[in-house]
Design a protein around this ligand. Structure first.
Ligand code: ATP
Ligand code: MG
Length: 434
């Protein structure tokens, strides 16, 4: 993509209303634009990152055996009356009538809808177990939307729902999602801590929140320092044993921690830090299947209400969490897996025909090799171009200038380490296309 034809409104000023660094950087780097309180447009660069995050979430859901579908954002109030949640949900739910006066709402979550869809077609134990998911916009009229897309009113969520015949099945579905979450966050370059969450009146211990440790997190969590030593490789190859080990290590939100009479972690190993909740998985049994009349025939001819669970990931919130975890004083440092472009190609002298022709040629070669490249072909000072590239945080910068060209070299800069290297054009291309 040529910057002269792109839409990338970067700004130097730090917006006054943005309190945390991810929000400031998302506005400055031209990723998002607020259109109303807690509602954001995703500008081209931000949309590319959002799609990358979404795709990693999707691949890990698919890998875990979940099946993708797409449910609508608008739901009917009557559907929610069936589970009794219409009145229970409160003012976070955006409610409105359609032209005929039918009460509608913008979905804050989809348990009722997926149960209704399942109910319409599934009658037999042969159709279970199943886990269905979608990646869809949600609306919650948060009392205090803040921190940009981190706590928005409209936000993108992956929500999955599992249906099983019995509790053992539910446990297996839950563990498959647990593994998917560990792998998802590891692939996004994040260190997520699974925190035991309260299960309410349903009981049991199958509810976990996944938190990214960051100063700006909204939750305070207490956890065993051993959780910091889990390696990325271990998370990527997670299995039932990994889950057993991770969940045996203490981790609680402040409110729950305060209720624990005797903390099992020795003081020297107990850590207290803030966390950003990026995911929540929850087994709730027959809550919706029973209230909405979903039952299936078992092999021996009786009928049961399926055991269900729901599994959310804050896809848009993750972008803020990634930036909180990966930035420096010059800007964002995208992990390769979600970077909007892999390479930022900088033409140091757009007013010099020789340099421009060399840079154009490199751009073509990168394109032909399938390397996502943002080409700064503007007629601007080198300093401004470097600052812009550092701000938007692409993993690699390839710098083409007149002095280097005379010696047959270009400069390759690694955004994360700051390392710069002079290379022949061939070696630089070989490196980036590897
Ligand atoms: P929170 O405690 O942050 O309000 P929640 O418990 O309401 O979260 P869930 O209903 O479990 O969240 O939703 C699943 C995921 O969706 C959360 O783990 C979070 O990552 C994300 N999420 C929830 N609310 C918002 C929001 N207002 N803006 C962005 N992401 C959100
Ligand atoms: Mg909430």
């Amino acid at each position: 993509m040529r910057l002269t034809r792109y839409f990338l409104p970067v700004t130097k000023e730090t917006p006054a209303d943005a309190q945390i660094v991810s929000h400031q950087l998302m506005l400055r780097a031209g990723l998002i634009r607020q259109t109303a309180a807690g509602i954001y447009a995703w500008l081209p660069l931000g949309f590319r990152v959002l799609n990358r995050i979404e795709q990693i979430v999707r691949e890990e859901q698919d890998r875990a055996g979940a099946i993708e579908l797409l449910m609508p954002t608008i739901q009917s109030a009557d559907l929610w009356r069936q589970s009794g949640r219409y009145d229970a949900y409160g003012p976070e739910m955006l409610r409105f009538p359609d032209r005929k006066g039918t009460e509608m709402l913008y979905g804050p979550t989809n348990e009722e809808m997926i149960t209704q869809i399942f109910l319409a077609s599934v009658k037999s134990y042969r159709d279970l177990p199943r886990t269905l998911y979608h990646i869809q916009w949600k609306f919650r009229d948060e009392i205090r939307p803040r921190f940009g897309i981190m706590r928005g009113r409209e936000f993108l969520m992956k929500d999955a729902y599992s249906f099983d015949l019995d509790e053992d099945g539910l446990k297996a579905s839950y563990e498959a999602m647990f593994v998917a979450y560990l792998r998802t966050f590891a692939r996004l370059g994040l260190q997520a801590v699974p925190v035991k969450a309260p299960t309410g009146p349903i009981g049991g211990d199958l509810s976990h929140e996944f938190h990214i440790l960051a100063e700006t997190g909204e939750s305070a969590i207490f956890y065993d320092a051993a959780l910091e030593d889990i390696s990325r490789d271990e998370l990527l190859s997670a299995d039932a044993a990994t889950i057993a080990r991770l969940t045996s290590l203490y981790a609680m939100e402040e409110e729950e921690h305060a209720k624990v009479a005797e903390c099992p972690v020795p003081a020297e190993r107990l850590r207290s830090r803030r966390g950003i909740e990026v995911g929540h998985i929850f087994a709730f049994g027959t809550k919706y299947s029973a209230s909405m009349g979903l039952s299936v025939q078992t092999a021996d001819g009786t009928s049961v209400h399926p055991q269900m669970g729901s599994y959310g990931v804050g896809v848009s919130r993750l972008m803020g969490a990634i930036i909180e975890a990966s930035h420096d004083s010059s800007g964002i440092v995208w992990p390769e897996s979600v970077a909007p472009f892999r390479v930022g190609l900088v033409n140091m002298r757009a007013d010099d025909a020789k340099v421009t022709s060399a840079a154009d040629d490199i751009y073509r070669q990168l394109q032909n090799a399938g390397v996502d490249t943002l080409y700064d072909d503007r007629d601007e000072r080198g300093g401004a171009k470097f600052a812009g590239m550092d701000l938007i945080g692409l993993p690699w910068q390839l710098i083409v200038g007149p002095r280097g060209l005379e010696r047959g070299v270009v400069e390759l800069k690694n955004r994360a380490t700051g390392e710069r290297e002079e290379l022949s054009l061939e070696s630089a291309l070989a490196r980036l296309t590897a």
